[in-house]
Design a protein around this ligand. Sequence first.
Ligand SMILES: [Zn+2]
Length: 244
Amino acid sequence: MKKYALLFLCLLILIVPSQAFAERKVPILIYHSIDEFTGHGSKELYVTPKNFEEQMIYLRDHGYTLLTFERWQDIDKVNKPIFITFDDGYKNNLNVFTTFQKLKTDQFHPSGTFFVISDFIGRSNRLSKSDLKMLAISGLISIQSHTATHPDLTKIKNYEYELKESSDKIQQITGKPVIALAYPYGKYNDKVIAETKKSYQFGLTTIPEPFYEKGTKNERYLLPRIYVKYSTTIEEFAKIVDGL
Ligand SMILES: [Zn+2]
């Protein structure tokens, strides 16, 4: 009888963690502007500050842990891991910082990743050097790269400039490591991945699904991201993050 109990326990240890592991889906959300839409650009790339706050309150009240890529190894350790990312480094992303500060408590630590275009830093509608420094120091925002000039990476040759020099420039401003790259337009190929690997630990696409570990080659350079849009209702947001 003892023998069977032991066998059962061994089987349980073997089966349970691998199943829990296989089913763990981690949403990585992508936003652009957090602002009122005033008629410039594509409306669906905006989320109003009010809707954004409502979405972050949903995450807080449902026990999510907001992670940045420096804490990648924690996805197996924390409750309901989720990544919140913002592309293009718009000035209006300061609204993200304001919302995070407002919602921050001892129990809830909001954090997010801004993917900035290094040559656009300081333009009138983009975050400035001093914004980026302040955000990085706050501990609420991780500043990462979205290349130097936002090209289609599958069509260029100057990878050194777009990838390595962009990373170096951001690192110089924030004083923190740059480890993740968001591919402009979500475009990549084998060459782009090989070049990204030289300077980054993660590459972000716009494949619209949650991440789950499959153990495939280049998995960390093919991270999927799900869009949150102007028209996304809080019910739809709940379905996206709950993986329904
Ligand atoms: Zn972009």
